[in-house]
Design a protein around this ligand. Sequence first.
Ligand SMILES: Cc1cc2nc3c(=O)[nH]c(=O)nc-3n(C[C@H](O)[C@H](O)[C@H](O)COP(=O)(O)O)c2cc1C
Length: 365
Amino acid sequence: MQLCPTVGAKAYNVAGVGWNLRLVKDDMKHGGNIPQRTAVNGETTIGQKKDGELSNQNEMLAVEFCGMKFATPQVLLSGCVGFGEEYTRVEGFSNRDVGAICLKGTTGTARLGNAPHRVIETPSGMINAIGLQNPGAPYVVNDILPALDFNETRFIANVSGSTIEEYIEVTRLFDDSPIDAIEINISCPNVKEGGVAFGNDPAMSARVVEACRAVTNKPLITKLSPNQTDIAYNAKRCIEAGTDAFAVINTLMGMAIDIEQRTPIIGNNQGGLSGPAIKPVALLKTHQVYQVCKGHNIPIIGQGGIMTAEDAIEFMIAGASAVGVGTALFYDPLVCPKINAGLVEYMARHGMSNISQLVGTLQLN
Ligand SMILES: Cc1cc2nc3c(=O)[nH]c(=O)nc-3n(C[C@H](O)[C@H](O)[C@H](O)COP(=O)(O)O)c2cc1C
């Protein structure tokens, strides 16, 4: 499978990576260009269809997540959709098709990210090493959030840092903003300090969660790394530290080599592997984390290679209450309504009235 060749060129400019691919400092300023969308009676409805037409579908797909109402279980993943507005420039795309959108990883001050190349397509996936390019938390809170339409969907901040103090500072800023929830990214493999260095150490993970918990009452979602020995133990420590939910999983570390130059293709030498290639790993990790979560009523956003409704259904059976869609958007920016339709078709076939009935229904052999 190849990254969408025609829309894909457009998608590259919009897919979180108008942000991801830029290195020029002036480009860090991106405000003023965010299209406003009109709310339908102030309600979030799926897609652009009319009231009534979809009321049954709305009820079937609506899920509750940490007290938030998601219109569908789909969540657009951090780093794949910029700051929530980029895909709205693609004809036929609607933020209303998804339950929530995770914004690009945000740090205390602006970062330009890593040197190119920052993405490379691999068999059944891609490697990225963006290096957390972002305009800094004050800019996101003051200039980007006010332009988002919170009637369309829920918006989740993705918080990163090199130190615990930076995680606290960014979480504080988002706490004092209209953002719906805060995801703590302790699993970014593409930065030298913080990120996965915190996320692969259960004691450090718990310290970051505890520190962020102390400065916000908003729902706190901890994004776990697959690059660690015992993800279930880490999840247990994060629950004790006060997380409300998990995102499982972030990317797996990988490398691609230019055999003529005998150098790594990615400027950062290594990067995070995403897409269908990681789905089996992500499913197992979701299942393992669910074993820890189910006794505590802690929901999971399952993610890693979800491309179709069938993939999403697998994750929900494994224990995910919501499902993340990231790399799939690079192949098909209009994949979300197709996944919604596939979910509804499956539920009709299995006599289900709400998609949450699927969660954790895996029967082991
Ligand atoms: C280009 C790109 C940038 C990403 N940036 C972030 C980020 O800033 N913060 C984060 O927590 N995850 C980031 N991720 C990881 C995704 O959010 C997601 O967890 C991962 O790609 C697995 O899902 P997928 O296979 O559906 O893409 C990024 C992924 C990609 C492909």
